[in-house]
Ligand binder design. Structure first.
Ligand SMILES: Cc1cc2nc3c(=O)[nH]c(=O)nc-3n(C[C@H](O)[C@H](O)[C@H](O)COP(=O)(O)O)c2cc1C
Length: 234
């Protein structure tokens, strides 16, 4: 990349640094959506740790950045590998990267499961195909073949009375059947106690700032705790 192009992108973090980093993170997410530069601007890497202390990471979609109290929401199968790891260790970390904007957001904290009512509300907004998939797929478990998975989808459709023969076959136009949420499918709220905002700088002199706060006690407690912020060397 020529240095003239690179200069166009020289951005720094606001000065003075704001009290709540998640307000900027939410603005950056909104801008990434508006850019339409990547198919999933709300994709973030989620890192978890298993009972042995071994880390693992995968992409999930962020459904909400709740700036006050400062939580990040995503949905998954509670019995998946990440679900089992989060049960053993509630600490998790996420990273967003918007390459076209030269921006990164890192957040760390403890997760809590969303309530049944919150999970039901969100599940209802999903297309029926995704709702069937949530029943048909035992996420992260071995499967014999693609065909076995297709059979599972077809069987699930039948179980709910949906006239659908599975992937690759015609989909009914209108599905009136309400496919309920599987009890093992739902969301997590990562309540952040550390957030780092990063913007690319010229000649690798990036701008970074780290916000931290102490969240203690039962889930949800102290979520209004104030943040302290420090600029970091790149
Ligand atoms: C762009 C993208 C978005 C994804 N969104 C989700 C998601 O929101 N929830 C989810 O459970 N898996 C999502 N996945 C799949 C995960 O990366 C992963 O394969 C799956 O959750 C199983 O991970 P686990 O075995 O570590 O639990 C997404 C993958 C990609 C590439």
């Amino acid at each position: 990349m020529s240095s003239s192009i690179q200069r166009q992108w020289t951005e720094t973090l606001p000065d003075p640094l704001p009290a709540n980093p998640l307000i900027i993170a939410a603005q950056w997410l909104a801008q990434a959506r508006a850019d339409v530069a990547q198919p999933n601007p709300n994709a973030m890497v989620l890192a978890t740790v298993d009972g042995r202390g071994y880390p693992s990471a995968r992409v999930v979609l962020c459904k909400e950045i709740d700036t006050l109290p400062g939580c990040i929401v995503f949905y998954t199968n509670y019995r998946s590998r990440k679900g089992r790891e989060l049960e053993a260790n509630r600490r998790a970390a996420v990273v967003f990267h918007w390459d076209n904007r030269r921006r990164q957001v890192r957040a760390e904290g403890q997760v809590e499961m969303l309530s049944d009512a919150e999970n039901d509300d969100y599940f209802r907004t999903r297309p029926w195909q995704s709702r069937l998939g949530a029943w048909a797929s035992e996420q992260s478990q071995p499967v014999e073949s693609r065909q076995a998975l297709a059979v599972a989808v077809t069987a699930t459709a039948r179980r709910f009375g949906i006239p659908y023969e599975g992937p690759g076959t015609a989909e009914p136009d209108d599905v009136a059947v309400d496919v309920p949420r599987p009890p093992h499918w739902g969301g997590y709220r990562l309540c952040a106690d550390a957030v780092e905002l990063w913007v690319e700088g010229e000649f690798r002199i990036h701008d970074r700032a780290l916000w931290t706060r102490t969240l203690t006690g039962r889930p949800g407690a102290g979520r209004d705790a104030p943040w302290s912020v420090t600029r970091l060397q790149p």
